[in-house]
Design a protein around this ligand. Structure first.
Ligand code: NAD
Length: 404
């Protein structure tokens, strides 16, 4: 039974609109979205649509086979054009390596399909600009995989800030520290190669951190930053090797061609100051996508490693003040669709389900979706300034890269 059971007002099957979905790239996130789209049916009785898995494409034949025989796609193909060309596909999910995004997005948009693209939408700022332009020219609805926005307690943090409970925000600390590249024997998967991933940790991890800050505090106007590659060589992977694979000492190696680390100091349009760091080669923090917000009347802190907890300090509590732990629960948006009560935890992939539910809802209702390619563009405009600063050693203004 879903935590939010069907009621007399639940739309009937006949009233629900079918949304045909095609998925390109059937690795970690392609599979996560495919599972999530199926789970929407049993977790969201209030939905006005039914996602249907039509066709999946991956260059690895075994993954295509799995998509059809285990996940229930009607069809599979190694050539991604079969997804775009399929008349039963209304929405294309792009979950292939970053440097392929723009070609896939342009083809989908040209064919009039709505597009959900995994972050960061292209591997370089130039590619994100192209993808955004193509989607706007075609008038299709876009979504981007900034899934951490949908954590119920992140949404609660947003409300506390918007309602002024923290007072005026003075400073913000965002970081995404992941250990996926900390072992020098971690294989040289596509993420470490500029021609397949585009930029490194700025594209892969800092994009998430700054996207959260954009949602919580608004735009960033100028930055100064630095980047570094700490592990310059890695063992070559076998076919289909991911960034969690390991080689062995003595394996042939290749050069890492994008950055492992980025640090950035910045100023928000509101006047608040911020500091951001991202690393994939750090030892210690395992998946620390975290932020701390400080205001004149309070503060809060959230960390993906403890997704179901928010630390809140409110000066209005007077003598009893101090950080307290707010646990996730069904009083926060969508938590109750997964589990009832309080402090019964939800997980990473549940955020993907919420994200896919919200995107399909926008498609079903024919309206603009957030976060969409405009939000992806907001990040790459900051990224471009950071990369310029890393070269110049100076503060750089953030200039919107949006092209008409
Ligand atoms: N939002 C998140 O939290 C999150 C997490 C991980 C990855 N991502 C994003 O998702 C995307 C995919 O990352 P991943 O970790 O799933 O990678 P992955 O390596 O696990 O999967 C990528 C898949 O794409 C396939 N592929 C490669 N070339 C292809 C082509 N021409 N046509 C069809 N398929 C092709 C590969 O065979 C592989 O199965 C990236 O853009 C990444 O940034 C987002």
């Amino acid at each position: 039974m879903s935590a939010a059971p069907a009621t007399a007002t639940t739309p009937t099957a006949a009233a629900r609109r079918r949304i045909g979905v095609g998925v390109i790239g059937f690795g970690w996130l392609g599979q996560a979205h495919s599972r999530s789209l199926q789970r929407i049916r049993t977790l969201f009785p209030e939905r006005g649509f039914d996602p249907e898995l039509v066709v999946c494409s991956d260059t690895v034949a075994a993954r295509v086979d799995d998509a059809v025989t285990s996940f229930g796609f009607a069809r599979g193909a190694q050539d991604w054009r079969r997804v775009i060309d399929d008349p039963d596909v209304e929405v294309v999910y792009v979950a292939a390596p970053n440097m392929l995004h723009v070609e896939l997005v342009e083809a989908a948009a040209e064919a009039g399909k709505h597009v959900f693209c995994e972050k960061p939408v292209g591997g370089t700022p130039e590619q994100t600009v192209r993808a955004d332009k193509a989607a706007r020219a075609a008038g299709v609805i876009t979504g981007v995989g900034y899934n951490y926005r949908w954590a119920p307690l992140v949404q609660y943090a947003r409300r506390l800030i918007a309602d002024g409970r923290l007072g005026e925000i003075t400073n913000y600390r965002g970081r995404f520290f992941s250990m996926y590249g900390s072992d020098p024997l971690g294989v040289l998967s596509w993420r470490f190669l500029v021609d397949q991933a585009g930029h490194g940790v700025t594209t892969d991890l800092m994009s998430h951190s700054v996207d959260l800050a954009h949602m919580l505090l608004g735009p960033i106007t100028r930055v100064v930053g630095t980047t570094e590659t700490f592990i310059p060589e890695r063992p070559l992977p076998g076919a289909g090797g991911t960034h969690y694979g390991r080689g062995t000492a003595g394996d042939p190696t290749g050069a890492v061609t994008n950055e492992d680390y980025a640090g950035m100091l910045c100023q928000f349009a509101s006047g608040a100051r911020g500091v951001f760091e991202a690393s994939r080669s750090i030892v210690g923090p395992e998946s620390q996508n975290a932020f701390e917000v400080y205001g004149t009347k309070g503060a809060l802190a959230w960390n993906l490693e403890k997704l179901n907890e928010l630390q809140v300090y409110l000066a209005e509590d007077g003598l009893d003040t101090g950080y307290r732990t707010v646990f996730g629960g069904d009083r926060f948006p969508y938590h109750g669709n997964f589990v009832p009560g309080s402090a019964n935890a939800i997980g990473f992939e549940d955020l993907v389900v919420i994200e896919d539910y919200e995107f399909c809802r926008s498609v079903a209702e024919g309206r603009e979706h957030r976060p969409g390619f405009g939000d992806a563009l907001a990040w790459v405009s900051v990224q471009a300034a950071l990369l310029r600063s890393s070269e110049s050693g100076r503060w750089e203004d953030v200039v919107s890269l949006r092209e008409e």
